[in-house]
Design a protein around this ligand. Structure first.
Ligand code: ADP
Length: 629
């Protein structure tokens, strides 16, 4: 029995010691109060939490730890509990604020329990420190407020939809866009705004987003016609699980409308230019044709001064025609009315041809013009040959025009990654860095505006468009006073597979005739006209007379008695029946478009494929006219 009581006594002392240790080392303030609210005991942490040492608290009313608004009410709470047994903080826990010894309030969690010491009832209050938690919650709240303010300030609609379909957040712009007052109305508002079937499309896209995680972009046109561009991105929990999708929208309607307007305006401008150029070209061609007739007509002869006037009319007319042709080209390209037919085409053939064409101009300007293409580059470029030649001619003629006497112009090239970059280089006046931006703008002549050099500022704009439409690239490098290099890049293959005929074509462009000859050329196609007239610049014994239609050509044919006719095959459908007799026994060259052959009867006929090269034309003229010598 004695042993038992000794054991019991030991146990009791043991557990008292345990509790004491627990209370003293607890990271919570523990206070004992009596039924009157007088503090009977307090553990050491009370000092850490509320600034009071145990001695300072024992005997004090618990109200000294309560915030001012609760002071005086403790007795009331306690009495209520004692009389009704209804718990307030007793038996339950709650978040309250306690007053620190220095007067400030400390957020705590307070749990109070009741203990009976025989007849006496006491209360034990445990206060856990919530300062860190409260601070963290305050900063989360602060962050949330900041985020909300920022999201609301964004003019673009933004909303968050949880994967379950619940709309969790929407900014002001989003609510306004679908005329909703609150995020809870979004589902309904979207239902009204989206056209039939769109919700399903969006759901499918969102599903895809949750599968592969890649942000998705989609354009949505609402029932009212507005178009929004949406970007959708997944939002993940910290653990990595996706739980919602944020959508940022952008109302593209004004931009699309402006683009549409601009496109219409551009189309109207191009149509106008194209129509005007056509209207101008037809009478101008007549002016030029009749001016040529006057100049060549044998009798009655013009007085010298009259001849000079007509010469002036002819020269100015040609200049005007060149300008109109450029404008027409540009308008056509911009209106999408030009179709380019890129094919694999031997590079050397076009380059030689372009150089031949520009040689007379270079000679007149005393500029040397060289082909420095590496000989091993004998492959083919993927280009529309006619338009590529036009590009080269534009670049070469600029390189010659904006040069000095004794200057140099040369073409070189290098192959890289299945492409070929060809450069037209010059030692000319160069272009200032701050002018480069406007270089490809139509009608922008940069500094040449005030110079005597002829031009309209359209050539490079046309060149740029042609190169882009052939999927090529054009670049320029220039140094003021030193010169410029314009380079174009196109797909290239080193092994030629087509155009064996073209490759073996004679590259000789000279014509060995001893007598002067007149050539009458009938063609409406301004572009082709230019290529052919350029070729004739090289042959001083041949005079090219151009007629854009058969009625003018007929007058010219009778008054000029040409030795040779050149007709664009496309014109043959308009050829009056009696012309068959007119050309039947005459040397005739037909310029044929690829893949088309025209039926015509002539004893001395040569057919040449467009684009016509100077060498092929020279060979044809030589063989047709040498018998007439
Ligand atoms: P144009 O020669 O008819 O004026 P372009 O469109 O061909 O029109 O060229 C636009 C302008 O760019 C020219 O007026 C000239 O000022 C400048 N330019 C073009 N090529 C060269 C070049 N090789 N060297 C110096 N300036 C050039």
């Amino acid at each position: 029995m004695n042993e038992q009581s000794t054991m019991d006594g030991r146990c009791i002392r043991g557990s008292q010691a345990h509790y004491k240790a627990l209370v003293e080392s607890a990271a919570a303030a523990i206070l004992v109060i009596d039924e009157q609210g007088i503090i009977l005991d307090a553990n050491p942490f009370t000092h850490t939490l509320l600034g009071y040492a145990q001695k300072q608290l024992v005997g004090q009313d618990i109200e000294c730890l309560m915030p001012p608004e609760h002071q005086g009410k403790h007795g009331q709470y306690l009495r209520k509990y004692l009389s009704t047994g209804e718990p307030n903080v007793i038996g339950t826990g709650r978040r309250v604020t306690a007053r620190h010894r220095e007067g400030h309030l400390v957020p705590v969690h307070l749990a109070v329990s009741e203990v009976w010491m025989g007849e006496r009832r006491e209360f034990i209050g445990v206060m856990s420190d919530l300062r860190a938690l409260t601070q963290a919650q305050t900063s989360v709240q602060h962050e949330r407020n900041r985020l909300k303010t920022i999201i609301d300030a964004i003019g673009n609609p933004v909303f968050v939809r949880e994967l379950g379909g619940h709309y969790a957040l929407a900014n002001r712009a989003c609510l306004q866009a679908v005329k909703a007052d609150h995020v809870s109305q979004l589902a309904e508002a979207f239902g009204l705004a989206l056209p039939d079937g769109m919700r399903d499309t969006l759901n499918a896209l969102e599903h895809q987003l949750t599968v592969d995680g890649e942000p998705v972009h989609v354009d949505v046109t609402l029932r009212d016609g507005r178009t929004f561009k949406l970007a959708k991105t997944l939002i993940h929990h910290l653990a990595g699980e996706p739980y919602a999708i944020v959508t940022v929208a952008y109302d593209a309607t004004p931009l699309l409308q402006a683009m549409q307007k601009a496109e219409h305006a551009n189309q109207a401008k191009s149509d106008f230019l194209s129509a005007m150029s056509h209207e101008l070209r037809t009478p101008l061609n007549s002016v030029l044709g009749y001016a040529q007739l006057l100049l060549k007509s044998p009798a009655p002869t013009l007085a010298e001064s009259q001849r000079q006037y007509v010469e002036q009319i002819h020269q100015s007319g040609r200049h005007l025609l060149a300008l109109i042709n450029d404008v027409l080209d540009l308008a056509k390209i911009e209106a999408g009315k030009i179709t380019l037919n890129p094919i694999w085409y031997p590079m050397h053939a076009v380059v030689n041809d372009a150089i031949q064409t520009l040689s007379p101009l270079a000679e007149r300007q005393k500029v040397s013009l060289q082909n420095c293409l590496p000989t091993e580059l004998e492959g083919e470029l993927y280009v529309d040959p006619t338009r590529f030649k036009q590009v080269l001619i534009n670049l070469l003629s600029n390189a010659v025009k904006y040069n000095h006497p004794q200057g140099r112009v040369w073409i070189d090239a290098y192959e890289h990654d299945g492409n070929l970059t060809m450069s037209v280089n010059d030692t000319g006046i160069g272009i200032a860095d701050d002018q480069l931006d406007g270089l490809f703008e139509p009608f922008n002549r940069l500094v040449a505006e005030d110079s005597l050099i002829e031009g309209a500022g359209v050539g490079l704009a046309v060149t740029y468009q042609l190169v882009s439409q052939m999927q090529g690239e054009i670049r320029v490098a220039s140094q003021m006073g030193k010169g410029s290099a314009f380079s174009v890049t196109f797909p290239y293959r080193a092994e030629p597979q087509h155009f064996e005929t073209a490759v073996t074509e004679p590259s000789d462009t000279s014509i060995r005739l001893t007598q002067p000859h007149r050539v009458l050329y009938i063609d409406q196609d301004s572009h082709q006209q230019r290529l052919v007239s350029d070729c004739f610049e090289d042959w001083p014994l041949l005079t090219l007379h151009h007629a854009h239609d058969f009625s003018l050509a007929e007058v010219m044919a009778y008054s000029l008695a040409p030795s040779l006719f050149i007709i664009n095959g496309n014109e043959l459908v308009r050829m009056p029946a009696h012309w068959t007799c007119l050309v039947e026994n005459k040397p005739l060259i037909i310029l044929e478009a690829e893949g088309r052959e025209y039926h015509i009867v002539s004893t001395q006929l040569k057919r040449l494929q467009q684009p016509v090269s100077s060498s092929a034309l020279a060979a044809a003229i030589q063989s047709l006219l040498e018998d007439k010598e």
